[in-house]
Design a protein around this ligand. Structure first.
Ligand code: FAD
Ligand code: DLZ
Ligand code: SF4
Length: 507
C-alpha cells in the first residue's frame, strides 16, 4: 500500500504527491502533530486555521473516494511527529512506499531526506510545483548575476508567464507603477469590511481543542473568521477583486489606526497553505483590468507581489539555506523586547501593529516592514529572535517566505543578498504614511529629547553605529553627508537619547 503524506500547508488537490493517487487503493495520511504545532509557538489563530483547513481538506478528499487516515492532535496514540505518524501507520498496515511533496521549510526537508533509510521503504520527495518558479529555475536565473534584484526577476516572470503583456512589451508601457502607489489615506477613506466566515462544527471543535491545548501561545483565538475551505478562500479572492483591488495600488503603503485590513487582499493565508493557487489570483486581477474594473497601477502592483516577490523570496530561501538562517551582518544581539508579545509600549505605531497582530495573526506589509521591521533594525534586535517572532505570530508564516523578508528585507542581516540598502527610516516616514503619530505620546517632529519620537534618534544612532559597513554603499552615502554636517552637540544628544532609550528597553 502506498502512503501519500499531505502536510498542513499542502492543501491543494493538484498537489504533486496526490496527482496519481488511486482512490480506494492508496492511503492519504494527514496528521496534526505536536512537533509542527510547537517548533515555534505559533499564534493560536494560525494553529486553529491550519487544523480546521486540514480537517476540511481531508473531508474533501474522502468525498472524492480517497481513503484518508487522519490523525487528530488530541488522540492518545498520536506520536507527536510526522515521522512518528508514518512509522505508526507502517506498524498497522503493509506500506510499500511513501510519497510526499517537498515541504516548504529546510528543517523538515532535511529531516525527510533521512526517512527512507530510517523507515526501510522507498520515500519519494516530489517537487512542489504549485509555485511559478522552481528552485532549479531560480538557481539558473541567479547564477552568474552580480546582484539579485527583484525587478529583473519580475520582468522575466511576466514575460515567461505572459502576464500583463502586450506582445513583448509591458502593458501600459511600464513594468512598474510604484510611483503612483504611495498615497497616504485621506481622513474620510471608507475601507470595506473584510470577508468573515462563520465557524462550522468542524471549526468549532478545532477552536475548543486549540484553546485547551495551546493556552500559553500568543494571540487571540476568538473571534475566528478565516476561510478554511477552498470554496470560502475563493470568496475572499472574489471579494478582494470586486471591493478592494481598485484602491490596492493607491493605498498599498498606507496605514490607518483601527483599519488593519485596508485595501490588501488577505489571501496569503490561503495561498501559503494551498487553498488558493498563485496563477488563479494573478489571472483574476488581470481580468479585472481587462474588463475595466480596476486600474493598471493597482493590478500591476498586486501582481508584482505574487509573480515577483513571493516567488523571488522563495528562490532566495532555497538558494541560500541552511546558511541563510545564521547570517547576522550587523552582529545585532539585543533581545526581543517584551512588548512584542504584549503591545505595551508608548510608541503608538508599534502598539497598534502588535495589538492588531495579536488579534488577527495578520498585519499588512507596511506594518510588518516599516513599523515593526524598522524598529527591529534600528534597535539592533538579534535576527534569530526576530525571525522566530515573525514565524510564530502571522498565520501566513512559513520559513521559506518569512526568513528572507526578515533577514533580507527588514534586518539586512544577509548583508544585501537582494536588498540594495537597509530599509531604515525615521518617524517622518511613519507620519507620512499613517495617522499613528496623531495618537502618540511622543512627538514625531521633535528630533531629540525625552519627548522625541524614538525612531528619529534611533535612525541616526543606527547609521552611526554601523558606518563602517554602510558608508561605502552608494545608496546610503548621501545620508552620511548629512550626518557629517551635523553639529557635535546634536550628535551627542542623539547618542544620549539612544542610550537612555535602550537602558529603559533592556531593563
Ligand atoms: P497583499 O498586500 O494583498 O499582497 C498580495 C500577495 O502578495 C500576498 O498575499 C503574498 O502572497 C504576496 N506578497 C506580498 N508581499 C510579499 C513579500 N514581501 N514576500 C512574499 N510574498 C509577498 N508573507 C507571507 O506570506 N508570509 C510571511 O511569513 C511573511 N512574513 C513577512 C515578514 C516581514 C518582515 C515582511 C516585511 C513581510 C512578510 N511577508 C510575509 C510579506 C507580506 O507582508 C505578506 O505577504 C502580506 O502582508 C500578506 O497580506 P495580504 O495577503 O493581504 O497581501
Ligand atoms: C504550521 C503547521 C502546524 C501549526 N501544524 C501542522 C500539523 O499539525 N501538521 C502538519 O502536517 N503541518 C502543520 N503545519 C505546517 C507545517 O509546519 C509545514 O508543512 C512545514 O513547516 C513546511 O512548510
Ligand atoms: Fe511611532 Fe514615532 Fe509616530 Fe509615535 S511619533 S507613532 S513612535 S513614528
Amino acid at each position: 500500500m502506498r502512503v501519500r503524506l499531505v502536510l498542513g500547508d499542502q492543501l491543494s488537490l493538484s498537489l504533486s504527491s496526490l496527482r496519481d493517487a488511486e482512490p480506494g487503493v492508496d492511503v492519504i495520511l494527514m496528521a496534526e502533530v505536536r512537533e509542527e504545532a510547537t517548533y515555534v509557538r505559533h499564534h493560536k489563530k494560525k494553529i486553529a486555521f491550519l487544523f480546521s483547513a486540514m480537517r476540511h481538506f481531508a473531508e474533501e478528499l474522502k468525498s472524492l473516494g480517497h481513503r484518508v487516515v487522519y490523525r487528530r492532535y488530541d488522540c492518545a496514540e498520536n506520536t507527536g511527529s510526522l515521522f512518528g505518524e508514518v512509522l505508526r501507520l507502517m506498524k498497522e498496515e503493509a506500506v510499500s512506499d511513501v510519497i510526499v511533496t517537498k515541504p516548504g521549510e529546510y528543517r523538515l526537508l532535511h529531516d525527510m531526506e533521512s526517512w527512507q533509510e530510517r523507515l526501510g521503504v522507498p520515500v519519494e520527495l516530489r517537487e512542489d510545483d504549485r509555485f511559478l518558479c522552481s528552485s532549479d529555475e531560480f538557481q539558473r536565473w541567479a547564477s552568474g548575476r552580480k546582484s539579485l534584484r527583484l525587478e529583473y526577476f519580475y520582468r522575466d516572470m511576466r514575460r515567461q508567464h505572459a502576464v500583463l503583456m502586450d506582445g513583448d512589451k509591458p502593458l501600459g508601457g511600464q513594468w512598474n507603477f510604484d510611483h503612483d502607489n504611495r498615497k497616504s489615506a485621506p481622513e474620510a477613506l471608507e475601507v470595506p469590511e473584510p470577508f468573515a466566515a462563520e465557524p462550522d462544527e468542524i471549526t468549532k471543535e478545532v477552536l475548543a481543542l486549540v484553546g485547551e491545548a495551546f493556552p500559553d501561545h500568543f494571540g487571540d483565538l476568538l473571534p475566528f473568521y478565516f476561510a478554511v475551505t477552498r470554496e470560502d478562500a475563493l470568496k475572499v479572492l472574489d471579494q478582494f477583486v470586486a471591493e478592494r483591488l481598485g484602491k490596492f495600488g493607491d493605498y498599498q503603503d498606507a496605514m490607518v489606526q483601527g483599519e488593519p485590513w485596508m485595501f490588501h487582499s488577505h489571501i496569503s493565508f490561503y495561498l501559503n497553505c494551498g487553498l488558493l493557487l498563485p496563477m488563479e489570483c494573478v489571472r483574476a486581477a488581470e481580468r479585472a483590468y481587462f474588463e475595466g474594473r480596476a486600474p493598471l497601477n493597482s493590478v500591476e502592483g498586486f501582481i508584482r507581489q505574487i509573480v515577483g516577490w513571493r516567488e523571488f523570496v522563495r528562490g532566495i530561501y532555497w538558494l541560500n539555506m541552511p546558511e541563510y538562517a545564521e547570517l547576522n551582518y550587523f552582529d545585532a544581539s539585543r533581545k526581543l523586547p517584551e512588548f512584542y508579545w504584549s503591545g505595551e509600549t508608548q510608541m503608538n505605531c508599534l502598539r497598534q501593529c502588535i495589538l492588531e497582530t495579536k488579534s488577527n495573526a495578520y498585519a499588512h506589509h507596511i506594518q510588518r516592514l516599516m513599523v515593526i521591521g524598522n524598529f527591529s533594525l534600528l534597535a539592533g534586535l538579534a535576527p534569530k529572535q526576530v525571525s522566530e517572532w515573525y514565524l510564530a505570530v502571522y498565520a501566513d508564516a512559513y520559513e521559506w517566505v518569512e526568513l528572507p523578508n526578515v533577514s533580507g528585507m527588514i534586518l539586512f542581516a544577509d548583508g544585501g543578498i537582494f536588498a540594495s540598502k537597509p530599509y531604515a527610516a525615521s518617524g517622518a516616514y511613519i507620519n507620512r504614511m499613517s495617522n499613528y503619530c496623531q495618537h502618540c505620546s511622543y512627538s514625531v517632529s521633535a528630533k531629540t529629547g525625552e519627548k522625541a519620537c524614538p525612531f528619529n534618534y534611533l535612525y541616526w544612532n543606527f547609521l552611526e553605529k554601523n558606518q563602517e559597513k554602510l558608508r561605502g554603499n552608494p545608496r546610503v552615502s548621501m545620508i552620511y553627508r548629512s550626518w557629517d554636517k551635523m553639529s557635535d552637540v546634536k550628535k551627542d544628544q542623539i547618542k544620549q537619547d539612544s542610550q537612555r532609550f535602550f537602558a529603559e528597553l533592556d531593563a
